[in-house]
Design a protein around this ligand. Structure first.
Ligand code: ADE
Ligand code: ZN
Length: 326
């Protein structure tokens, strides 16, 4: 890979979505969980028919997680793979709802993740933090407890709140109470918008939620005034081009708006989203940036620098990461 030596930063990856089929099998066996055979057809990836089927498969695979040790193992497993691709920092989305669905309390889930993060930093030097994430299609009734858990059980690895799930379900204003609660406590926030839904979904998130970043946001390109607003407010787009192509939101690489968004002056990071689902990795996203969209090494290093600046970790950690970038 021509981009191997470029230090990389990932700000948008769902930790439950990093579980490889082999790890899913291992966790399912150790926990006595019977996974639906349809999710384990292939050695290295999963299949789905469309976005909603993807979300469904995702929940089915995540069912193999049952203990804090599982969280430790899957975080470590993912960070080991990232370190091999010269990733220096990962900010992953973790979901209280997925932990609870598997019978794990919020503090136990975070403690398991923290152990995986500490072990990976000790072994590979990679730094990692978690963004606690509510799931939009589960509704605001479950978002508020996720936000409250962050306040009631603060932990140094949890640095912000996010929202994943079906962008067409419910309305961002329904989640304002949860987002404002953590915002008032000093946590930055991000929300998925402008991928499965159009530019209005981005406008609604900007209007009703105190967000600093947008997960995807690619369909903002359909509204020039919105792109201007994003640039002017310095909102960062967490781009996941491989995910967008794999889910069929764009047919061809040349249809993807990454270059137009860059030319317009949008802040951005490059991310893998859910690697084994979209047959990608953070390393492949950087490599595709060069091979498919012609980004130069300097431009890719610039994207890493922007990602560090837009990360939700503290300034001391950012300074450490910037020093690694050189
Ligand atoms: N949950 C996990 N991965 C997701 C994605 N790519 N979009 C929305 N919700 C998700
Ligand atoms: Zn995502």
């Amino acid at each position: 890979m021509q981009t191997q030596n470029i230090p990389k930063v990932e700000l948008h990856v769902h930790i439950e979505g990093t579980i490889t089929p082999s790890l899913a099998k291992k966790l399912a066996t150790r926990n006595g969980v019977k996974l639906d055979p349809s999710v384990l057809q292939y050695e290295d990836h999963y299949t789905f028919t469309d976005f909603l089927d993807f979300l469904n498969q995702y929940d089915m695979v995540a069912d193999c997680i049952r203990t804090p040790q599982d969280y430790e193992d899957l975080v470590y497993d993912y960070l080991e793979r990232c370190a091999a691709e010269n990733v220096i920092y990962v900010e992953f989305f973790g979901s209280k709802d997925h932990g609870e669905a598997c019978g794990i309390s919020y503090p136990d889930m975070v403690a398991g993740m923290a152990k995986g993060i500490e072990r990976a930093e000790a072994d590979f030097g990679i730094i990692c933090r978690c963004i606690m994430t509510c799931v939009r299609h589960y509704g605001h009734e479950r978002a508020l407890p996720a936000a409250q858990a962050m306040i009631d059980h603060p932990h140094p690895i949890v640095v912000g709140l996010g929202m994943a799930g079906d962008e067409n379900a419910h309305h961002p204003k329904d989640f304002a109470a949860a987002f404002n609660l953590v915002h008032k406590a000093g946590y930055p926030t991000t929300a998925h918008a402008g991928e499965a839904a159009g530019p209005q979904s981005v406008k609604d998130c900007l209007k009703y939620l105190p967000i600093k970043r947008i997960g995807h946001g690619v369909r903002s390109i359909e509204d020039p005034a919105l792109v201007k607003e994003i640039v002017q407010k310095g909102i960062a787009l967490e781009l996941c081009p491989g995910s967008n192509l794999s889910l069929g939101f764009y047919d061809q690489p040349e249809d993807h708006p990454i270059l137009k968004l860059k030319e317009a002056g949008c802040r951005m990071s490059l991310n893998s989203d859910d690697p084994p689902y979209f047959m990608t990795t953070i390393g492949m996203e950087y490599e595709n940036g060069m091979q498919l969209w012609g980004l130069t090494e300097d431009e890719l290093r610039g994207i890493t620098k922007m990602a560090i600046e837009d990360a939700f970790c503290d300034d001391e950690t950012k300074a450490k990461l910037l020093a690694k970038l050189g």
